[in-house]
Design a protein around this ligand. Structure first.
Ligand SMILES: [Zn+2]
Length: 334
């Protein structure tokens, strides 16, 4: 990017850290320990790709779906001055991108489909769990002295009582870094967000939790983010709805998710916080087929470091290194 290629005063090439500091709008005192004041929120949306317009695409003709409505061959203006990277989810491996290997890649920076030789559906197998246990973003940040970090999602009592045989990539990553899971008490107290951020699914199961609007959920997520250097949130109803091929439901899901993202953007201090939204593979943008799509996924980035990060990201394996670089102020390999 332009900023890293600029020459610092005195004519010597500018380091990445200096480039970050030069971009910093904060006071000199803040800038002296610049990276210590920056935080990143990774908003993971399962099954959100960039499709073409047409009757198969729930985004087509949908109003108020900014900033999620992105189409092939169109340059959207991104609200809050965000950056868009059309991100390769296929990772050089034959077949349709899948959740377990895609999420492992996002959360580690390791090209998991290439390591396995195929795209792995559903939950991580032992090989993927090993990759996460060794390389997760939570571990990388912990080793670099970046803390505190958190997974904002709430887990239900059922998870703690009877641990499921198969767990998500995010769950493996949290456990491997020896981090705490947020629970129903946290959710009730406004210190966690459920994957269905409205809490409707929990209420249908008879659990005593308040209903939340997209805006209320966004405010809670923003309040968690302000207390942490790195915050991860995971949302996967998009993928579920894509598999169901339900156009009406998809449109409601996308408009509400877009509301949540917009409100989150309005609540974050983008001078200090970077928001990065990405997905593991396409799905909901094409309801003509039950399967995941081969489409690229949107990586949307807001905040001071959006240009540097956007220049760094080409495929899903670039997400973790880009975040680690911003938080540590150091360049990683690759
Ligand atoms: Zn997925």
């Amino acid at each position: 990017m332009k900023s890293t290629k600029q020459k610092a005063e005195g004519g010597r090439p500018q380091s990445k850290r200096e480039a970050f500091a030069a971009n910093c709008q904060l006071s000199t005192a803040y800038c002296s320990s610049h990276s210590a004041f920056h935080s990143v929120v990774l908003f993971f949306v399962d099954g959100l790709g960039i499709g073409s317009r047409g009757p198969q695409n729930p985004f087509d003709g949908l109003t108020e779906a900014e900033p999620l409505a992105i189409f092939q061959d169109e340059e959207p203006g991104i609200i809050f001055d965000g950056q868009l990277v059309r991100t390769d989810a296929r990772l050089g491996v034959e077949g349709r991108p899948q959740s377990a290997s895609g999420q492992t890649t996002i959360l580690t920076g390791v090209n998991a489909p290439a390591a396995l030789g195929y795209h792995k559906q559903g939950f991580p197998n032992e090989a993927l769990r090993k990759i996460i246990e060794k390389n997760s973003i939570f571990l990388q940040l912990k080793k670099a002295g970046i803390a505190p970090n958190t997974f904002a999602n709430a887990y239900t009592p059922g998870f703690f009582e009877t641990r499921p045989r198969w767990v998500s990539a995010t769950t493996v990553a949290v456990e491997a870094a020896d981090m705490r899971f947020r629970n129903l008490d946290d959710l009730q107290a406004g210190r966690a967000v459920f994957q269905d951020y409205t809490n409707e699914m929990l209420r249908e199961r008879g659990l005593q939790v308040p209903t939340r609007t997209p805006e209320q959920a966004a405010e809670i997520l923003a309040s968690i983010a302000v207390e942490h250097r790195f915050t991860l949130y995971e949302y996967f109803i998009t993928d579920k709805t894509g598999h169901e091929q339900d156009m009406d439901k998809a449109r409601v899901v996308l408009v509400n998710l877009a509301r949540m993202v917009r409100h989150l953007l309005s609540k974050l201090d983008l001078k200090r916080a970077t928001l990065l939204l990405t997905s593991d593979h396409g799905n909901i943008e094409d309801l003509s087929a039950r399967n995941h799509t081969l489409n690229p996924v949107p990586t949307l980035i807001w905040g001071e470091h959006k240009d540097d990060m956007a220049a760094r990201i080409h495929n899903l394996a670039d997400i973790t290194p880009a975040i680690v670089e911003v938080l540590t102020g150091k360049q990683t390999d690759g």
